[in-house]
Each structure stands twice: as structure tokens, then as C-alpha cells.
Design a protein around this ligand. Structure first.
Ligand code: ADP
Ligand code: MG
Length: 253
């Protein structure tokens, strides 16, 4: 997609869990080439919003459009094949498998058991192609040299980077990152920021949930702020810093 054209559009998204509206009438747009930050207190509905965008747990009502297609009712696998990938809030790696094998699992948008089963049933040619793609993405994020090490031996920062590599398998146009810097040390965070900037320069559009305000403000073009399931504000980092409602609800100042 041409930079600046709408890539993802969320319109009046609602997600209801019993009596709780975890996402309540949220709308926003993401343009190709942008890095958009999604912030808000714990429980604001950020991960739930990711789940409804990616088909993991579809919206109760509202509409999600990706690259001009209505994906509201598509499965996670279908959405992934259209070029939308994500990482999860908690590290989802198989520690006893190599970085390469973990990255290859990005070729499947299913549960863990499903992914392992899928790997076992791959045709040889498919496996070779997937392995080639996984290695390419490991090199892209700077982990090519470690491809045959076990994922469990990596420092947390590198595990997070490995998850990005896994999400990059099949070259998504849109990458959703759910708190990728959680638990990282300062130096690791700076490396992550550099990686995300480079991916953006290579044409990947990014939607990132992040609690570290300095990190997110220095990285993103625009921010959407959520609070109690609702979109509280939207704007540039400077606009969000100056927004009285955001300061009260979230920044606590
Ligand atoms: P955030 O990612 O912003 O911290 P979440 O999206 O994880 O927030 O959660 C939003 C709200 O929805 C919370 O109150 C949470 O307890 C609730 N919630 C999330 N997932 C489920 C679920 N599968 N079933 C019931 N409630 C859920
Ligand atoms: Mg969350």
C-alpha cells in the first residue's frame, strides 16, 4: 500500500464479556507507513482490541477493515494470510526449540499445539521454503547468527526480538506489538526502538501497545489513548502530553 493511505480502520468496535464492555465503541484509523501507539491503564481494553482486530476473539459489534477488506468476521488464520501479524503481551516461545524453529511457527496463526502439529505435517518443499523465510527474518532482526541456539537460552530482550522475527514471517504489511518492551533493560529497549524504526523504514506499518511513555512518545507518529474500554483521546505525542483528560486519567498529573 502507498504510504499515507488507510491500511487499518476500526469503526465502533465493541467487545462484550458478560456484563463487561472491555472495548466500548472504539474507532480509529492507521495509515500505511505510520507507527501508531495505543496506550491506557491496565484493563483499558488494549489487548482485547488487538484480539478483535486479529480475529483471535472477534468483535461483538462494529467493523474492522484491513487493506480495503472487511475482516471483522474472518478467522485469525485468514487475517494473518492477508498480511497482518502480531505478538502477544506475554512471551509465547518454545524454550526447548531453536530460534529457527520458533520463527518458523510464525507461518501458522494457530494455538501452540496446532503449530507444532502443523510443523510435523509439512511437506518437505514447504518446510524448506518456510525455513528459508524464517532465517531471512532472523537475519532481518539481527538474530541470524543465533538461529540454531535454543530460544530458552536467550536474554529477555532477545526473546522479544525473536517474537518480532516470528511475527515477520510471510512479510506482513501491518505488525501489532503488545507491550514488546515489557521487562526489558534500558539498552534492550533502545535496540528494540531502533529495530522498529528500521522495520518502518522498510515499509512495515506498526501498531504498538506500550507502557513506557518515554519509549512510546519517542517512537510513534500518533497515539490513541484508551480508558475503561473507550477511546479517550487521539493525537500526536505533543497533543497527548498536553491533553488534560489524558493527564488526569492516565499520566496521573
Ligand atoms: P489491557 O490490555 O488494556 O490491560 P485487557 O484488554 O486485557 O486490558 O482487558 C480489558 C478488560 O477485559 C479487563 O477488565 C479484563 O479483565 C477483561 N477481559 C479481557 N479478556 C477477557 C476474557 N477473555 N473474558 C472476560 N473478561 C476479559
Ligand atoms: Mg494488555
Amino acid at each position: 500500500p502507498q504510504p499515507g493511505t488507510p491500511l487499518l480502520r476500526v469503526e465502533h468496535a465493541v467487545k462484550q464479556f458478560g456484563g463487561l464492555r472491555a472495548v466500548n465503541d472504539v474507532s480509529f484509523e492507521l495509515r500505511a507507513g505510520e507507527i501508531l501507539g495505543l496506550i491506557g491503564p491496565n484493563g483499558a481494553g488494549k489487548s482485547t482490541l488487538f484480539n478483535l482486530i486479529t480475529g483471535v476473539n472477534p468483535a461483538t459489534s462494529g467493523q474492522v477493515t484491513f487493506a480495503g477488506r472487511d475482516i471483522t468476521r474472518q478467522s485469525a488464520g485468514q487475517i494473518h494470510r492477508l498480511g497482518l501479524s502480531r505478538t502477544f503481551q506475554h512471551v509465547h516461545l518454545l524454550p526447548d526449540l531453536s530460534l529457527l524453529a520458533n520463527t518458523m511457527m510464525g507461518g501458522y496463526a494457530r494455538g501452540r499445539a496446532g503449530m507444532v502439529a502443523s510443523l510435523l505435517h509439512l511437506e518437505r518443499a514447504e518446510e524448506a521454503a518456510l525455513q528459508h523465510e524464517a532465517l531471512r527474518q532472523l537475519r532481518r532482526v539481527g538474530l541470524g547468527e543465533q538461529a540454531h541456539l535454543l530460544a530458552g537460552n536467550l536474554a529477555l530482550g532477545q526473546q522479544r526480538t525473536l517474537e518480532v522475527a516470528r511475527a515477520l514471517v510471510a512479510d506482513p504489511t501491518l505488525l501489532l506489538l503488545d507491550e514488546p518492551a515489557a521487562g526489558l533493560r534500558y539498552g534492550e529497549k533502545m535496540e528494540l526502538v531502533a529495530l522498529l524504526r528500521r522495520l518502518r523504514d522498510e515499509g512495515v506499518t506498526i501498531l504498538i501497545v506500550e507502557h513506557d511513555m518515554d519509549l512510546v512518545m519517542s517512537l510513534v507518529d500518533r497515539l490513541v489513548v484508551m480508558n475503561y474500554g473507550e477511546r479517550l483521546a487521539e493525537g500526536t505525542p505533543a497533543e497527548i502530553r498536553a491533553n488534560a483528560a489524558v493527564r488526569e486519567a492516565y499520566l496521573g498529573v
